[in-house]
Design a protein. Structure first.
Length: 169
């Protein structure tokens, strides 16, 4: 099966259709050097073949150095690290949700909709004025990823099929 990458966007905060809150699920800012980032990102991406699942220490150092302006937020549920939201500010008023995901042990527990709601709400607050929040997802990601994005109010604006072997995140 060929992979399809779908790019989705939201151009107004009012487009957000929030999920019902989940007790105990919070989004907390992390320092860019937090030791929790690499293993959490690797854990999230492992089941989906993301590059983060096989990075060496040198690869991680290059990844962090490649964009020192990334902003990291930890999703925690009942006090335990459950996932990450990573933002990349672009073009002065656009925010890419570079990474959104839950660790495998938290998938299927009904957290994804509210976790994404928290991530989108925070995306709209990354800059004084945000004109667009966007992200991309792969057909190799969790099967509920794209439907969750669409339920929260994202609209597709582009699809593509990458060359075989190109891995994400």
């Amino acid at each position: 099966m060929h992979e399809t990458i779908t790019y989705v966007e939201m151009t107004a905060e009012a487009d957000l259709r929030p999920s019902a809150p989940v007790a105990g699920l919070v989004l907390e800012q992390l320092d860019g050097g937090a030791p929790l980032i690499a293993p959490t990102l690797a854990g999230i991406g492992g089941p989906y073949g993301w590059k983060s699942a096989s990075r060496t220490e040198e690869d991680w150092a290059a990844w962090f150095a490649g964009n020192p302006d990334r902003r990291f937020w930890l999703l925690s549920w009942q006090g335990k690290p459950a996932g990450l939201v990573i933002y990349d500010v672009r073009n002065g008023s656009e925010v890419e949700i570079e990474t959104f995901g839950l660790l495998p042990e938290f998938v299927g527990k009904g957290l994804g909709g509210y976790a994404l709601t928290l991530g989108i709400e925070r995306a709209w607050r990354q800059l004084p004025e945000v004109s667009r929040v966007w992200l991309h997802t792969s057909s190799k990601d969790h099967p509920n990823a794209l439907p969750n994005y669409q339920r929260r109010g994202f609209r597709a604006f582009r699809t593509e099929q990458p060359a075989p072997g190109d891995a994400r995140a």
